[in-house]
Design a protein around this ligand. Structure first.
Ligand SMILES: Nc1nc2c(c(=O)[nH]1)N[C@H]1C(S)=C(S)[C@@H](COP(=O)(O)OP(=O)(O)OC[C@H]3O[C@@H](n4cnc5c(N)ncnc54)[C@H](O)[C@@H]3O)O[C@H]1N2
Ligand code: MOO
Length: 390
């Protein structure tokens, strides 16, 4: 058995950044920016008013000053003449500041009679002018790599970048194996269960930026599994679920080997997830996950999400951890690194009492994993432990 960090290093060796494609900005949210993108213009492209009021040609304004209103500037409608001394231009938020304009007096600070305004007693100090290029200048860059957020999409739109270079979605083929499995919505016999992990993992991979192809469930026979493995062709990564352990019907490794699997490792000193396997098959990366539902989901979090980051050209490595104090004690750990289903609340963490790797109800309630190093001694309330957020 190898350690989790050795296994992660080997898993990350399976992947490299995938090709770049250009997508319209309205499809860019959540995609990973692959190349730096530069603004094609200044924003704002002109000095602009930040408020509704009156633009004047002097910074030095005091109570009782009077100005003659000579015209109007609205957003999208520049006032073409220059403001002179003693003159004001009626101006609205977002309008270009006319030539000669120095500050804007907000309308609340003046009284207006016909074409004259008089400055009132409670004049604020602000000039209410947004300088040209105050947000960004042409050539300013949004740096790659970066998973694009809605705010990034707004920024890129403002930069007038209608198409963005992103990594294509890495394609992950998912094969659940086992005679006991029936797809959700199907009709299981009384000795069968519903395949859960394939859909759970597909959801996880899609959120991480992949295209997930859930292939038909493979029976525990070499011919059925071989058929499915051939359907996976063309994917970047093949993920199998189940059939990884030592039972007579656990045939994934054997069948994959007969089809040319070059195995990088088998078995990791972790719980859940011990019978994890990784390697290459027909030029495609392959990860064999254990079948227990929580084991496969935890291995997805710990190994496959970092690998997907690597495909997407993002920094990839162990999942980020924080340290939090326990609100309930923990027993001593075994010699396997333990990923305990846990709840983080109010800056503290507690593990669920039931940690069996078949319990999806517990996993669904968990929002974090406590990571216990091999041989970690018993821990008391208040002691800090390492936590991965889910
Ligand atoms: N004698 C030993 N037995 C087992 C060992 C061991 O070291 N010695 N390891 C145990 C551990 S740890 C795990 S984890 C499991 C992993 O077994 P497999 O990867 O071979 O998985 P299966 O036997 O096919 O299934 C295990 C369990 O999970 C259910 N399953 C499988 N696939 C799905 C799916 N897609 N959706 C929902 N549930 C699934 C399956 O019905 C079994 O109940 O082996 C232990 N045994
Ligand atoms: O490693 Mo198994 O994944 O403990 O349940």
């Amino acid at each position: 058995m190898i350690s989790v960090s050795e296994a992660l290093a080997a898993v990350l060796d399976l992947g490299a950044p995938v090709e770049v494609e250009h997508v319209p900005l309205d499809q860019a949210d959540g995609r990973v920016l692959a190349q730096d993108v530069a603004a094609t213009r200044d924003q704002p492209p002109f000095s602009a008013s930040a408020m509704d009021g009156y633009a004047v040609a002097t910074a030095d304004v005091t109570e009782g000053d009077r100005f003659t209103v000579i015209g109007e500037a609205a957003a999208g409608h520049r006032f073409e003449r220059t403001i002179g001394s003693g003159e004001a231009v009626r101006i609205f938020t977002g309008a270009p500041l006319p030539g000669g304009g120095v500050r804007v007096i907000i309308q609340e600070d003046v009284t207006r009679e016909d074409d004259a305004i008089t400055v009132g007693g409670k004049l604020g100090a602000g000039h209410h002018v947004r300088p040209a290029g105050g947000d960004f200048k042409a050539g300013d860059v949004l740096s790659a790599p970066r998973r694009l957020s809605p705010s990034d999409v707004a920024l890129l739109a403002s930069m007038n970048v209608p198409f963005v270079p992103v990594r294509r979605h890495p394609v992950v083929a998912i094969i659940a194996t086992g005679d006991e499995l029936v797809s959700a919505g199907g009709t299981p016999r009384d000795d069968q269960i519903i395949a859960s992990n394939s859909l759970g993992l597909a959801a996880m991979f899609r959120r991480a930026g992949a295209t997930a192809r859930v292939l038909p469930i493979a029976k525990d026979t070499p011919s059925s599994l071989k058929m499915d493995l051939s359907l996976a062709e063309g994917a970047d990564l093949l993920v199998t679920i189940g059939g990884a352990s030592v039972g007579d019907h656990d045939i994934v490794a054997e069948v994959a080997e007969s089809m040319g699997l070059e195995r990088q490792f088998y078995k990791v000193a972790m719980r859940p997830g011990k019978p994890l396997m990784a390697g290459w098959i027909g030029g495609m990366a392959m990860i064999g996950l254990p079948g227990n539902p929580v084991s496969s989901m935890v291995c997805g979090e710990v190994f496959i999400r970092p690998l997907l980051d690597k495909y997407l050209g993002l920094p990839s490595g162990p999942r980020a951890r924080i340290e939090l104090p326990l609100t309930e004690p923990l027993e001593a750990n075994s010699q396997r690194e333990h990923y305990m289903r846990a709840v983080v609340e109010n800056g503290t963490v507690r593990a669920f009492a039931r940690q069996d790797s078949s319990l999806l109800t517990v996993l669904a309630q968990a929002n974090a994993l406590i990571v216990r190093p091999p041989g970690d001694p018993a821990r008391n309330v208040g002691e800090p432990v390492q936590v991965i957020a889910l």
